[in-house]
Design a protein around this ligand. Structure first.
Ligand SMILES: [Zn+2]
Length: 174
């Protein structure tokens, strides 16, 4: 599922570029589109390299997986709009100012900054009790990997405790 969504995000970035190239009648250099498993509070970033050139769009894999189509619909375009606005107007613009908003409109997206992504499931915790009786918690990503048998167990290096698929107790309510 993750791979398919990643492809869809890459296509969305390319669509955004093409729409802007047509509208502004010029070319914009492409950037790398990468996915991070560690981004759990931000849906995406546009990244500039040390020479000041846009180099990457980095998207949150967990937030993408949690939100699916609604994430694909606007996050890749939102980040592409930051980069295209930079090529058009340079550094002296506000990140979500009128220049960026104009590019968003060309891409066909509402220039809204606050999205309603569900990040709550990203921080959901799942309780396990190991064979030796230790209580442990796993993130949803690790929990899913274990339950889907992508991994056999998780081991905490500090105390050596291991939990297996059938050590799952319940979701932690906080
Ligand atoms: Zn933004």
């Amino acid at each position: 599922m993750s791979k398919l969504l990643q492809d869809q995000c890459r296509n969305k970035v390319e669509d955004a570029y093409r729409l802007c190239e047509k509208h502004y009648n010029r070319k914009f250099p492409r950037v790398k589109v990468a996915f991070s498993n560690r981004m759990t509070s931000s849906a995406g970033y546009a990244i500039w390299d040390t020479s000041g050139q846009p180099s990457e769009i980095r998207l949150s894999n967990p937030i993408m997986v949690t939100n699916g189509a609604s994430f694909v619909y606007d996050t890749p375009g939102h980040e592409a709009a930051h980069i295209i606005a930079w090529f058009l107007y340079g550094d002296d613009i506000r990140p979500h100012g009128p220049e960026w908003a104009g590019v968003m409109q060309v891409i066909g997206l509402k220039p809204e900054v606050t999205h309603s992504y569900k990040t709550s499931t990203v921080t959901r915790k799942f309780a396990y009790r190991s064979k030796c009786g230790a209580a442990k918690e796993l993130t949803i990503i690790r929990h899913n990997k274990l339950q889907r048998e992508k991994v056999q167990y998780y081991r905490w290096p500090k105390d050596g405790v291991k939990v297996y698929k059938d050590d799952f107790v319940s979701e932690v309510k906080k």
